[in-house]
Design a protein around this ligand. Structure first.
Ligand SMILES: Nc1c(NC[C@H](O)[C@H](O)[C@H](O)CO)[nH]c(=O)[nH]c1=O
Ligand SMILES: CC(=O)[C@@H](O)COP(=O)(O)O
Length: 152
């Protein structure tokens, strides 16, 4: 399939907005660089990363029913360790459920969740710290395109 015809969904959590916004920006810029049409990049949000798995299913189902099926989805979230085990439980469950959705939905669901111990780790992985790491959103955009067309 020609990349310009691909329809890619981005579903982002709203926690850690500054970091999220840069990750989404990186993913969108990479998708456009790979010739995905802007009107075929569909962005929606959910409250937090815990809502990403079920939100992804509802997102995919919504566009299937609209007759505009998605070719891939990039759930994006930023989890930063606090002072309790809340972080560990969300990271583990969200990771496993997003992986499962690839098989349940039969389309690429890219792992766009940062699981960081500090704000700085997350900022670096969103390309927000000059000279330190790159924006991981770019990697997720590239993975979404590759997995949408691979083995077709
Ligand atoms: N602490 C973070 C959260 N917590 C919120 C949960 O994801 C969820 O929205 C809430 O428990 C209601 O179900 N979410 C993040 O995305 N990042 C965090 O660091
Ligand atoms: C990832 C989280 O849920 C975490 O930020 C919550 O912080 P805390 O463990 O201090 O409640």
């Amino acid at each position: 399939m020609v990349c310009s015809k691909l329809r890619i969904g981005i579903l982002h959590a709203r926690w850690n907005k500054t970091i999220i916004d840069n990750l989404v920006k990186g993913a969108v810029e990479k998708l456009k660089l790979l010739n995905v049409s802007e009107e075929n990049i569909i962005i929606e949000s959910v409250p937090g990363s815990f809502e990403l798995p079920f939100g992804t299913k509802k997102f995919v189902d919504k566009y299937e029913k609209l007759g505009k099926p998605l070719d891939a989805v990039i759930p994006i979230g930023v989890l930063i360790k606090g002072s309790t085990m809340h972080f560990e439980y969300i990271c583990d469950s969200v990771t496993h459920q997003l992986m499962r959705l690839n098989f349940d939905l039969g389309l690429p669901v890219i792992f766009g969740v940062l699981t960081c111990l500090t704000d700085e780790q997350a900022e670096a992985r969103a390309g927000l710290i000059e000279g330190k790491m790159h924006n991981h959103g770019e990697d997720w955009g590239a993975a979404a395109v590759e997995m949408s067309v691979k083995f077709e």
